[in-house]
Design a protein around this ligand. Structure first.
Ligand SMILES: Nc1nc2c(ncn2[C@@H]2O[C@H](COP(=O)(O)OP(=O)(O)OP(=O)(O)O)[C@@H](O)[C@H]2O)c(=O)[nH]1
Length: 766
């Protein structure tokens, strides 16, 4: 479908070009004489005919691209760990004919799911990287990104949601709305992504979809209702009743590939009609058109209900709930039908860019392939793709407007660099398919070209940038070094690559010890990179003890007045800076602000950037424990210079010393990362586990009962959570599980601050 639409677009494009060639639309020199005027009138007539023909061609062309985009869905699948995203994607690929056999995550055949292409993913049975693929379902092109559930890899979810038009939130029918479900739902809200929910694992003991639906209403504040009712549950789960079509569906065949539609079983008619009414009521609350029919007691057809659900879902006023069991091959095809029916196509979602030539004015992107090219690179990967021998870079990009073709020159608006597209590909997990061109609305990858995640590309006719994704700050660090000195080159190569690919993975140098420090989102995140350095670069690395990323901040305004003066032969150094530092207002959104309030020429303006640089550099390392100082504003009010001895260096040094001079007076404190911890244990262990959390200086904020389990929610300093999985295992005979995610940086207690400061002083003295 997409292919035929493309070729007719191309044909139209050529016919437009040839008519333009025959009839020049803009006269170069308007004829001056009466005869010439007559001819000019004739020309205008011809001009009018030509432009109306052009307009018609354009309209036709627009209709073609609209129609082809209506049949595209760009969706993501996100959820809490182990909810079954990868298992679900594997079925989607199977039913759409992209793969011919189903392999399970951690399955007995040892092959592993298609989308978990990394060895480590297959071994651990977890998704580490998001993977893109595409398939065709009922004449629609569905581009899918499967994302990891573990919070340490949250950046993968952020960047996928940034470029997708819709999402499926997978929930476990036993576990319900878990901590990470809340996080991904928040991310979907952040990027304004319309979504469907899929309650998976209906075959599991204790499956209760209605409880999960109520939890979603309470915990996620979803305005939602089920569009399906399960026929049986747990071992008895047989099929689904579709409340829109009023039909029962069963999934036969060894892989559930044969769908049989039947009438609703007689013993389920009552519940089906009650749930259909619930669905209509819920949608009517947010859709006026349906509300009118509902309030007038008019019969509501399947088509009317479907259209109303679509409008409400796309408007993000409603979340339809689907159900099934990916593992038992039930409910996946009906979910795919739901993707086509209820999630938007690229032109139904509003996207905008910022025009850099007009002071970042907002420009709406219409998704028109005949518009100027605008594409956002959202992910960079380096690896051996498609079994090639060498490392290569690809970047994944979403095209928002225009067309991109192999061999085209495009401009990276963020760097100003012009690049040629050597190879354009569509990804299917780690495999690639070469393509010649791609249109607005599509997600493709460019092979062999370097850039950074978040860069915007255009064809050069516009200077637009698109806002990038939210990048959370790393909370944990560790020192790493290669065991053998000879592998230093490979070691740096690995770190450079990972840093480029993953904005939440940072590499730095400890100024005092000279050690390489890697920082990331948690122990698992950093462990995975150390393991990848070993496997992919054959470098054994020595790893230090993990430590949390403390920060320092100030609590009071403090003045500075510092003169840096040196006159020891040759040219001297002279620079005086006067001003104050103060805490930034909470929620100001920035970590460091510098304000120049100089009046007059006490300091020539060319030295001001060096002064700002000096303060920024000083704030990289606070004097309490050497960690970055944040939430601070530096205001420069006055100073002095010398016309021979002043220099950028002199002012930079003056600023560094000025910062140190006033820091203590600004009453600095230490902030530590605090995690939201969710622990699920059999109720008999609840007391022990709660007591242990208290010992770890945690604050319990929730205690719920889920069947025979207790779910304890607490805020706990990350510093107290090292090795928690081992302790939880021993406290609960291996029956407890937990997840944690970053919540905030909060001040440490007075005695912890004293301990940390003393330990830092001692380490400096040694
Ligand atoms: N009983 C049952 N098990 C399922 C179902 N779907 C998935 N599983 C199992 O749940 C486990 C996790 O499945 P995955 O598909 O890896 O889950 P995921 O959400 O992709 O996992 P992460 O990406 O690591 O968060 C695997 O052992 C699956 O076999 C289901 O419908 N029923």
């Amino acid at each position: 479908m997409a292919r035929s639409a493309r070729s007719s677009t191309t044909r139209l494009f050529y016919s437009l070009c040839s008519s333009t060639k025959r009839t020049p639309l803009t006269p170069q020199h308007p004829p001056p004489t009466p005869v010439a005027a007559l001819l000019a009138g004739n020309f205008q007539l011809r001009h009018y005919a030509a432009s109306s023909a052009t307009a018609r061609v354009r309209e036709e062309k627009d209709a073609v691209w609209r129609e082809s985009l209506e049949k595209v869905r760009n969706i993501g699948i996100s959820a809490h760990i182990d909810s079954g995203k990868t298992t679900l994607t594997e079925r989607v690929l199977f039913y759409t004919g992209r793969i011919h056999e189903i392999h399970e995550v951690r399955g007995k055949d040892g092959v592993g799911a298609k989308m978990d292409s990394m060895d480590l993913e297959r071994e651990k049975g977890i998704t580490i990287q998001s993977a893109a693929t595409y398939c065709t379902w009922k004449d629609y092109q569905v581009n899918i990104i499967d994302t990891p559930g573990h919070v340490d890899f949250t950046i993968e979810v952020e960047r996928a949601l940034r470029v997708l038009d819709g999402a499926i939130l997978v929930l476990c029918s036993v576990g319900g709305v878990q901590s990470q479900s809340i996080t991904v739902d928040r991310q979907m809200r952040r990027y304004e992504v319309p979504r469907l929910a899929f309650i998976n694992k209906l075959d599991r003991m204790g499956a209760d979809p209605w409880k999960v639906l109520n939890q979603a209403r309470a915990k996620l504040r979803h305005h939602s209702a089920a569009v399906q009712v399960p026929i049986g549950l747990e071992d008895d789960f047989k099929g689904l009743i579709d409340l829109v079509q009023s039909k029962a569906y069963y999934f036969h065949g060894s892989n559930g590939e044969k769908i049989v539609a039947e009438d609703i079983p007689a013993d389920m008619e009552a519940i089906a009609s009650e749930k259909r009414r619930e669905l209509i009521e819920a949608v009517s609350e947010v859709d006026d058109k349906l509300a009118e029919s509902f309030l007038n007691d008019e019969p509501i057809s399947s088509a009317d209900l479907e259209a109303a659900i679509r409008r409400a879902t796309i408007a993000r006023k409603f979340v339809p709930f689907f159900m099934g069991s990916a593992f038992k091959n039930k409910g996946v095809q009906t979910l795919l039908d739901g993707v086509l029916s209820y999630l938007p196509c690229p032109v139904e979602v509003s996207n905008y860019a910022l025009d850099q030539t007009k002071d970042e004015e907002k420009v709406t992107l219409t998704g028109n392939p005949s518009g100027p090219l605008v594409a956002l690179a959202f992910k960079l990967e380096e690896g051996r793709f498609a079994r090639t021998a060498h490392f290569n870079i690809i970047f994944h990009q979403r095209i928002y407007e225009g067309v991109i073709r192999k061999g085209d020159f495009i401009i990276n608006v963020n760097t100003g660099k012009k690049i040629k597209i050597p190879r354009l590909v569509r990804m299917h997990s780690n495999e690639m398919e070469d393509i010649q061109e791609a249109h607005a609305g599509q997600i493709v990858a460019v092979f062999g070209v370097d850039c950074a995640s978040g860069d915007t590309f255009t064809d050069g006719s516009v200077k637009y940038t698109m806002t990038s994704m939210n990048v959370p700050e790393p909370v944990m660090s560790l020192a790493v070094s290669p065991v053998s000195k000879d592998s230093g080159g490979q070691f740096s190569k690995a770190l450079n690559r990972f840093q480029k690919e993953d904005p939440t993975f940072r590499v730095g140098l400890d100024a005092e010890s000279g050690e390489t420090i890697i920082s990331g989102m948690g122990e698992l995140h950093l462990d995975i990179y150390v393991e990848r350095i070993r496997r992919e670069y054959k470098v054994e690395a020595q790893v230090g003890k993990p430590r949390v990323n403390f920060r320092e901040t100030i609590t009071k305004r403090a003045d500075f007045d510092y003169l840096h003066k040196k006159q020891s032969g040759g040219q001297g150094q002279y620079g005086r800076v006067i001003g104050y530092v103060e805490p930034l207002e909470p929620g100001s959104g920035s970590k460091f602000e510098f304000e120049n309030m100089l009046v007059g020429q006490t300091i020539p303006s060319n030295y001001v950037p060096a002064i700002e640089k000096g303060f920024r550099e000083a704030a990289n390392s606070g004097s309490l424990i050497g960690h970055p100082v944040e939430n601070i504003r530096v205001v420069l009010t006055d100073g002095a210079s010398h016309n021979v001895d002043s220099s950028e260096l002199a002012f930079k040094l003056a600023s560094i010393y000025a910062f140190r001079q006033c820091y203590t007076a600004a009453k600095p404190i230490i902030l530590e990362p605090v995690m939201l911890v969710d622990i699920k244990v059999p109720t008999e262990f609840q007391g022990t586990v709660t007591g242990d959390i208290n010992k770890r200086k945690g604050v319990i904020i929730g205690n719920d009962q889920e069947g025979d389990d207790s779910v304890i929610t607490a805020n706990v300093p990350l510093n107290m959570m090292f090795g928690y999985s081992t302790s939880l295992r021993s406290m609960t005979q291996g029956k407890g599980e937990f997840t944690m995610e970053y919540r905030e940086h909060a001040p440490v207690s007075g005695d912890t601050q004293t301990q940390l400061v003393n330990a830092y002083k001692a380490s400096k003295e040694n």
